[in-house]
Design a protein around this ligand. Structure first.
Ligand SMILES: Cc1ncc(COP(=O)(O)O)c(C=O)c1O
Length: 478
């Protein structure tokens, strides 16, 4: 019965549910979700799993992610693959033994390029101790519910923007659970099925997921050296009449480009002229010690509606889960209503830490930038020596290199790389129309010894691909 239910890929997708929400690399989250299905008995011994290609298509992930996930499940002894008969749930007994195998991490074996993140900045531990020694008692005497945000943090964000040239009142600030939550709230406010969102192309895969989940049609606009191309943005605004434009002016993910001051002014003008709300996501702001121009919001005039998003994740720690959005009071108030409905407000303890750290952001950023610059230089030297045909532009900031592979589809390379212990995210996942398929994003957030091992693996995989072509491909990847 169950075998019939899950033997087609659609049923497995249903069974996996919302598998992307856990932490960690994508392939491991997928492997974890399948492992849970096996443990729960929903996927019985002998059950044939969908082909890598079918599952990748249905989950809108790269095939390399599914290859790596199946690899991981094989490593845990949960599935077996036999050439010609696909991948099946193995016949091993379940229960406590299976569970122990299922949670074994495989971090030592696979290097995932799905996330460009670092451990917490040391200042976080300091702030934690100071908080415990200082205002914690007062804080805990308070009711603890602050749906729009802990007042000292709202004030700190307002000061932060005012100092950056974007005068801000604390009422214009809504604190959220990471920048990610802002995207969800904004999608609820502005998007309906069939409405259009304009994004840069390439863009950030997770934002494409949020907009698509809201039923929106996503339209890409290319970038040049100064950021999103103004002529193409104007054309998209005129032709598509979008409900929203989502841009990353301050260290665009994945290219690391910084939008020029002139381009910011132009984007704000276009927002006013075409009446298109702009969501500027500056989550990477501060990752490089390069003072960026004021946010696009600083150039908004007349009826321009610009929402400015920030986060503690890249400069301090992703685990802090503190982000914010700054915009016209009427809009942040409407977003606050969705926020209340979602979670009644973000953790006040985390916000109290963020409020202590925000005024120190320049100092924290400068220290991070020194480390990141050294890693970037190390990565560049490794690539030049071991992968001399790969090309990239030096990023203005951010945490990754946007690499062009010569005459090679990155999805095909990703399959080979997965077999050499690297989870590659192909460029096509960053593009709403699936282009940029000969690009990949290469984070330089890893320690130098990991970077050395990473490039060694990539170079071996690349040499393999040049010599033999894709290992398992018998037909072109679509
Ligand atoms: C452009 C961009 N915005 C937002 C986020 C998510 O930020 P947060 O961790 O604050 O939710 C990321 C994370 O990678 C990102 O790249």
């Amino acid at each position: 019965m169950i075998m019939d239910r899950v033997s087609d890929a659609n049923s497995l997708v249903e069974l996996l549910g919302d598998w992307t929400t856990a932490g960690g690399p994508l392939y491991r989250k997928l492997a974890g979700a399948v492992a849970r299905g096996i443990e729960a008995g929903d996927l019985p011994a002998g059950e044939r799993l969908p082909s890598e290609r079918d599952l990748a298509r249905l989950l809108t992930v790269s095939r390399a992610t599914v290859v790596a996930a199946y690899d991981e499940l094989r490593g845990r002894g949960l599935v077996d693959s036999v050439r010609g008969s696909g991948t099946r749930v193995s016949a091993r007994p379940r229960g406590a033994g299976a569970r122990a195998v299922a949670v074994q991490p495989r971090a030592a074996r696979m290097i995932s390029l799905a996330m460009a993140i670092e451990p917490a900045a040391p200042e976080l531990a300091e702030a934690y101790r100071d908080l415990a020694d200082g205002e914690l008692a007062d804080l805990m005497a308070d009711v603890g519910y602050h749906p729009r945000g802990y007042p000292p943090l709202r004030a700190a964000v307002a000061t932060h923007y005012t100092e950056m040239g974007l005068p801000t009142d604390r009422d214009q600030v809504l604190i959220t659970t990471g920048a990610q939550q802002v995207l969800g709230l904004v999608a609820q406010l502005y998007l309906r099925p069939g409405r259009v969102v304009v994004v840069e192309s390439p863009s950030w895969p997770a934002c494409l997921d949020v907009f698509r989940a809201a039923g929106a049609r996503v339209v890409g606009v290319p970038l040049d050296e100064e950021g999103v191309r103004a002529d193409r943005l104007a054309a998209a605004f005129a032709e598509e009449r979008p409900a929203l434009a989502y841009l990353m002016p301050t260290f665009h993910n994945p290219t690391g480009r910084l939008m020029s001051m002139a381009r910011r002014r132009r984007v704000a003008e276009l927002a006013a002229r075409f009446n298109v709300p702009v969501l500027e996501d500056n989550a990477y702001s501060g990752v490089q010690a390069l003072a960026p121009p004021p946010p696009v919001g600083a150039f908004a005039r007349g009826n321009a509606e610009v929402l400015t998003v920030g986060s503690m994740a890249k400069s301090v720690w992703g685990g802090l889960r503190i982000g914010w959005v700054r915009g016209p009071v009427a809009i942040t108030e409407r977003l606050a209503r969705y926020k209340i409905r979602a979670d009644l407000g973000s953790s006040v303890l985390d916000q109290a830490l963020a409020a202590r750290l925000l005024p120190r952001l320049d100092e924290i950023t400068a220290a991070r930038a020194t480390v990141l610059r050294a890693r970037l230089n190390h990565l560049r030297a490794l690539l030049t020596a071991q992968l001399p045909t790969w090309r990239w532009q030096s990023p203005d900031g951010g945490s990754a290199l946007w690499v062009t592979l010569p005459d090679t589809n990155a999805q095909i390379f990703a399959q080979v790389a997965a077999r050499h212990g690297v989870e590659v995210v192909p460029g096509s996942t960053t593009d709403p129309s699936g282009h940029h398929d000969n690009y990949l994003r290469l984070p330089f957030t890893f320690p130098t010894d990991t970077l050395t091992e990473l490039v060694r693996r990539l170079a071996t995989a690349w040499a393999d691909l040049q010599r033999h072509g894709p290992v398992t491909e018998t037909s072109p990847v679509v």
